[in-house]
Structure formats: structure tokens, C-alpha cells
Design a protein around this ligand. Structure first.
Ligand SMILES: C[S@@+](CC[C@H](N)C(=O)[O-])C[C@H]1O[C@@H](n2cnc3c(N)ncnc32)[C@H](O)[C@@H]1O
Ligand SMILES: *[C@@H]1O[C@H](CO)[C@@H](O)[C@H](O)[C@H]1NC(C)=O
Ligand SMILES: *[C@@H]1O[C@H](CO)[C@@H](O)[C@H](O)[C@H]1NC(C)=O
Ligand SMILES: *[C@@H]1O[C@H](CO)[C@@H](O)[C@H](O)[C@H]1NC(C)=O
Length: 267
């Protein structure tokens, strides 16, 4: 009896020690697991406030502009993918785009008379959709042309004169290596009062061909220096979740803006 009690007295602290060690090891292993997964996906795990420009980050890893273009072309020129885009995907994508554009027509942001451009249009389903709903003067640009719907052009340096279009659509903002040039070129080629519609991904990261990551609408609003936001809404557009619509200021509005910014400057 006595020996038994003495054994228990020795064993009890021993078991407590073993249990505490197990819990300690478990916590340590869980922590290192969490740390490993963040090192593999640093872009996704960072809190929004730590992103520069309020939530727009250019991806590293493009050693030159040529490398960036090569990477874009790698996918766009893939013969197997091109076949899928012009066969299986063709009608399905036109129908979805046509619904988006019909909605914009209803909101008087687009009309049959609009001269329209689709930026980064690849094989041009969005251009075909515009033409189908009656916006007949529509064209697209892409690094790879697909005539007659899509002509060759880099969106960092659009091959059009100032004030050419009433309407521009793009779902490829994430492919811009220089977002301020992407937006600057849209504003340059839009007529005063013209409308720009962007479909972007905010709540999930775009694909491995993207050149930037956007975490909120704020950086876009900042980039569109000659335009005002018309609306922001949630959409379901081929993995892109947010529609942001801008209207380029009329000449009168630009003049007013310049005047008031002069007045606000210290003399
Ligand atoms: C995700 S795809 C979108 C295609 C099309 N808008 C659609 O929804 O089917 C991105 C496209 O952007 C094009 N692109 C990438 N960088 C570009 C650039 N600097 N200038 C013009 N087009 C570019 C690519 O060639 C590719 O066709
Ligand atoms: C694209 O990259 C793959 C390897 O990642 C390569 O095999 C292929 O040749 C490239 N295609 C083009 C069109 O550059
Ligand atoms: C625009 O074009 C479409 C398709 O051709 C046509 O059905 C529609 O009536 C036109 N709308 C206007 C306002 O002319
Ligand atoms: C075209 O627009 C750009 C940017 O707004 C401006 O700097 C340039 O002077 C304009 N060019 C012409 C020919 O008006």
C-alpha cells in the first residue's frame, strides 16, 4: 500500500511534465507551419495597409521590358490555347460580355453610336459582343493581332490619336507593368466625357501572367487623374469580381479643376 502511494507521488509530476512537453512541441510545430506557408505566398498574406500606393503592387521578376513582353506572348501565342479560345470558348464568352455591355447601354454609358476600344482583347470576344449588340464601330488591341476584330498594339503606348474613343473596356489591368501608363493612355485616347470600364480582381490574385496585384479600388481612382468614378459594383466576369467605371472630364470640368488647383496653391 505504502509503496504504491510513493509510486503515484513520483509518477504524477512525471506525467504532467510529459503532457506539458507534448503541448509545447505541438504549438512550436504549428507556428513553424504557419510561417512556412506565408513565405510561399507573401503577396496573399500581407495585410492590405502594408501595400504601397494603398493597395497596388508591381510584381518583381521582370528583368527587362522585353522579358515582360515575352512572358505575355508565351501564353497568347500558345497554339493549343488559341484553338480553344476561338472554338469552345468563343460563343460562351461573347454571351457574357454582351450581357455586361447591354447593362452599360441601359445605364447610358454606351450606345450604338459609340466608337469603342477593347484593351488587351486577345481574340476579341468582347469586340464581337459589342458589335453584336449594335456598337458597330468597335475594335480591340493586343500584342498579338486577330484581324479584323483585334489590331496590334501595346496598351502602354496605344496606336491611336488623342481623343479617339467614346468608350474603352478592359479586363487586363493586372497585366500592366506600368499601371500609370496603362491608365494615362486610356485617358489620352478617350474623348472628353468618354467612358472607361475596367473589370479587375480585388478579392483574389490574378494569374501567373499578371504584372501587378490590386488590393482595393483606391489606387485606380488615384491613377485616373482626368476622370471621375461613375460606379463600382461586384460582377462575375471570368474570375474578375469588380467593375469600376470612370468618365473622363469634359473640357469645361478640366478647366474648372485647373483653376481651383491654381487658387489653392500658395503664392
Ligand atoms: C487574360 S488575357 C485577356 C483576354 C481577353 N480580354 C479576354 O477576356 O478574353 C490578357 C491579354 O492581355 C494581352 N496583353 C498583355 N500585355 C499587353 C500589352 N502590354 N499590350 C497589349 N496587350 C497586352 C495578352 O496578350 C492577353 O491577350
Ligand atoms: C512558353 O514557355 C514554355 C516553358 O515554360 C516553353 O516550353 C514554350 O516554348 C514557350 N512558348 C512560347 C510561345 O514562347
Ligand atoms: C442598336 O443596335 C441594335 C442591334 O443592331 C438594335 O437592335 C437596336 O435597336 C439599336 N438601338 C438603337 C437605340 O438604335
Ligand atoms: C495628346 O495628349 C497628351 C496627354 O494628354 C498631351 O501631352 C499631348 O500634347 C497631346 N498631343 C496632341 C497632339 O494634342
Amino acid at each position: 500500500m505504502k509503496g504504491n502511494q510513493r509510486n503515484q507521488l513520483i509518477l504524477k509530476p512525471f506525467f504532467i511534465f510529459i503532457s506539458l512537453t507534448c503541448i509545447f512541441l505541438l504549438v512550436i510545430s504549428l507556428q513553424s507551419h504557419v510561417r512556412n506557408s506565408t513565405t510561399f505566398q507573401p503577396l496573399v498574406k500581407q495585410p492590405l495597409s502594408s501595400h504601397p500606393a494603398g493597395g497596388l503592387q508591381i510584381r518583381s521578376g521582370f528583368s527587362s521590358y522585353d522579358k515582360y513582353i515575352q512572358r505575355q506572348l508565351n501564353k497568347t501565342l500558345n497554339p493549343k490555347l488559341r484553338k480553344v479560345w476561338i472554338t469552345r470558348d468563343w460563343e460562351r464568352k461573347i454571351e457574357v460580355f454582351a450581357r455586361f455591355f447591354t447593362d452599360l447601354k441601359r445605364k447610358n454609358l454606351l450606345s450604338n453610336d459609340s466608337k469603342a476600344l477593347c484593351v488587351g482583347a486577345r481574340v476579341g470576344q468582347e469586340v464581337a459582343a459589342l458589335q453584336r449588340i449594335g456598337v458597330s464601330d468597335s475594335v480591340g488591341i493586343d500584342l498579338v493581332p486577330y484581324p479584323p476584330l483585334v489590331v496590334k498594339g501595346d496598351f502602354h503606348n496605344q496606336p491611336f490619336r488623342n481623343a479617339t474613343f467614346d468608350f474603352e473596356f478592359s479586363n487586363v489591368f493586372d497585366h500592366a507593368l506600368y499601371p500609370s501608363k496603362f491608365v494615362g493612355e486610356i485617358e489620352r485616347t478617350l474623348k472628353p466625357g468618354g467612358v472607361c470600364v475596367l473589370h479587375v480582381a480585388l478579392s483574389r490574385r490574378a494569374d501567373k501572367y499578371s504584372a501587378n496585384d490590386l488590393y482595393s479600388v483606391a489606387p485606380l481612382v488615384e491613377l485616373f487623374q482626368e476622370s471621375e468614378v461613375v460606379h463600382v459594383r461586384t460582377v462575375d466576369g471570368f474570375g474578375l469580381d469588380t467593375e469600376v467605371v470612370f468618365r473622363k472630364n469634359t473640357k469645361e470640368k478640366e478647366k474648372q479643376k485647373q483653376k481651383s488647383s491654381h487658387q489653392n496653391q500658395p503664392s
